[in-house]
Design a binder for this molecule. Structure first.
Ligand code: FES
Length: 157
């Protein structure tokens, strides 16, 4: 039985059928259409191009620009660098997890936020810091971060 994802992916990678050397291009095409590359899409790409599924999995996990889970509407980058760590990034992360129901690398069930951890956002004086899309939020504490997330959620309608 073919799922919708499988048939869509099969269509997308038709130009690359039987061309193992085009693997990365094929994966880019799938990701720009679906937003990410789920396991069933990887299997379809492997079949179409004639490469082992393990090779497709290897490429998808090796390159940071490929994603295996859907991305939220907003990307939240929490700084886990030294200055932020010392000033309580851990408790901010806990508050994010409580508020969104997901931790680092996850996407909230409502599809609004993808949470990522980063090394340093270059705003150490404002530690602890996070960015939501292009906006920087500093001097965070658990209460403040929950308020920010609720505001963004509220304005998302
Ligand atoms: S360590 Fe967090 S902004 Fe630099």
């Amino acid at each position: 039985m073919t799922t919708t994802v499988e048939s869509k992916v099969a269509e997308l990678v038709k130009p690359f059928a039987g061309k193992p050397s085009e693997l990365i291009q094929a994966l880019h095409r799938v990701q720009s259409s679906l937003g990410y590359i789920p396991p069933e899409a990887q299997a379809t790409v492997a079949r179409a191009l004639g490469v082992p599924p393990s090779q497709v999995r290897g490429v998808v996990t090796f390159y940071h620009f490929f994603r295996t889970s859907p991305v939220g509407k907003h990307t939240l980058r929490l700084c886990l660098g030294t200055a932020c760590h010392v000033r309580g990034a851990e408790s901010v992360l806990k508050a994010i997890e409580e508020e969104l129901g997901v931790g680092l690398g996850g996407t909230s069930a409502d599809g609004l936020f993808t949470v990522e951890g980063v090394r340093c956002l270059g705003a150490c004086g404002l530690a602890p810091v996070m960015m939501v899309d292009d906006e920087v939020y500093g001097k965070l504490d658990p209460k403040k971060v929950k308020g920010i997330l609720r505001r963004i959620r509220g304005s998302a309608g």
